[in-house]
Design a protein around this ligand. Sequence first.
Ligand code: SF4
Ligand code: SF4
Length: 180
Amino acid sequence: MMSEPEHGPEKDVEYHPNSRFSQEIAAEPGGEYIRKCIQCGLCTASCMVANYTDKYRPRRIIQKILLGEREQVLASELPWLCMTCRLCEERCQEGVSLAEIFHVVRDIAAREGRVPKVFKDTVNQVLKDGWLLKDAFSDFIQDDRTDLGLNPEVNFDGEFVKKVKKRYFEQGDKEEVKDE
Ligand code: SF4
Ligand code: SF4
């Protein structure tokens, strides 16, 4: 008896999109999945982010890559919204990893200095305060922590934040990730 293929009968089928951008994506590790997409839309139907906002349509981003819309894709914040939850990949019958494709898109965008401002701001906030939600820390949270038997005061280890900055951002005491 024949065994069931992992991702259905079309698992190993590859197509050869001929836009320059799709070839650029396919040449990067993880980007080769772009050759398998048949534009069925099951990913969009499965995606929690797409469920939350009409703006985010993973199938459409893939379509733009296939059509060679390089500028539009790299200038967009949308590929940065993928949470890498891989729910779409559980459902895609062609075995496409959208998370890997969007990683490649973000890598290329970052190399070209196109990280969206909101993400840079987020990193800078963490580098400055040691966490993202310092401004949201309130009496209510302190009360909750007390009820849970936790120390209501949250102290951040400034030395640790400094080490992280130095190691991953190579800027020691400097405060900000600069705009390119
Ligand atoms: S589910 Fe898979 S094949 Fe269908 S559009 Fe999404 S990535 Fe492409
Ligand atoms: S991996 Fe990205 S595109 Fe896929 S379901 Fe999760 S958020 Fe949506």
